[in-house]
Design a protein around this ligand. Structure first.
Ligand code: ADE
Length: 253
């Protein structure tokens, strides 16, 4: 999987993307993260990539020419047809909100171009005539799209074969399977006055699986009941949830 990142701050990526799983995934050639400094595509003596707003207003706007040229340069070795298939994504708080479904969908692309917005925003012509998609990582405003691009790269990379130890784990992840994760414990079994639940030390695998499932259901009901309506639930799951009062009685109009 290839990520082309267009940014005014390429150095922002050097720490977070070089360690742990993403660092190893790059060393092993499973993913590659190509950074392009948008300023390298500005043509004046000062490499100006932003300018004042037409019509007045607070904050600078990222100029269209360096962004268009940076994208064209990154895709220059591709035919017109190939270019049409490569998503060009603007990271911005105005985009569709990234969720696990979108992450999985993006992981099926061989290549992604990610444009990191900055300052007050990008010239609207980038939105209208260059990008194919606009993605937000949540309803809050960051100082720029760099952290958002890193979040997207991290989440998408987990779906690339070999990046995470076991692909089965990724597919059984909380959220991916519609429920939150059951509690996890490790040694020591007894820590201060807190002990690991006996069932997990019993060696009864079927019972352990059942306990974990019920814990997932309980935790999802407590923390994210909205997820239950789309989760894949068995009759046993439904009976358990009903015993906990789910679904709540409809409130009178
Ligand atoms: N840039 C600034 N805020 C953002 C957000 N929430 N998501 C994506 N890009 C952003």
């Amino acid at each position: 999987m290839k990520f082309h990142v267009l940014t005014l701050f390429p150095e922002a990526f050097s720490g977070p993307m070089q360690h742990s799983m993403l660092g190893r995934a790059q060393e092993r050639g499973l993913i590659s993260i190509q950074l392009t400094d948008i300023r390298d595509h500005a043509h004046d003596a000062h490499n100006t990539a932003d300018d004042y707003q037409f019509g007045g207003g607070f904050g600078m706007v990222m100029k269209p020419e360096p962004i268009f040229e940076a994208v064209e340069d990154v895709l220059s070795s591709r035919s017109q047809e190939e270019r049409r298939d490569i998503p060009v994504i603007l990271m911005s708080p105005q985009g569709e909100t990234l969720d696990q479904e979108m992450v999985e969908e993006l992981a099926h692309e061989g290549e992604l171009v990610l444009i990191c917005g900055h300052y007050a925003g990008v010239d609207e012509r980038v939105r209208e005539h260059l990008i194919t998609r606009e993605v937000s990582i949540g309803d809050y405003v960051l100082t720029g799209g760099e952290l958002a691009a890193m979040v997207l790269i991290d989440a998408v990379s987990r779906f690339i074969d070999g990046v995470v130890g076991s692909q089965e784990n990724v597919l059984e992840d909380s959220i991916t399977c519609g429920l939150l994760q059951h509690p996890l414990y490790t040694r020591p079994a007894d820590f201060r006055e807190f002990s690991v639940p006996e069932i997990l030390r019993s060696g009864h695998h079927a019972e352990i699986e059942r306990w974990r499932r019920l814990q997932s259901l309980r935790i999802t009901l407590e923390k994210r009941p909205d997820l239950l309506s789309t989760a894949d639930l068995t009759l046993n799951d439904l009976a358990f949830l009903q015993s906990l009062g789910w679904p709540p009685p409809e409130s009178p109009e």
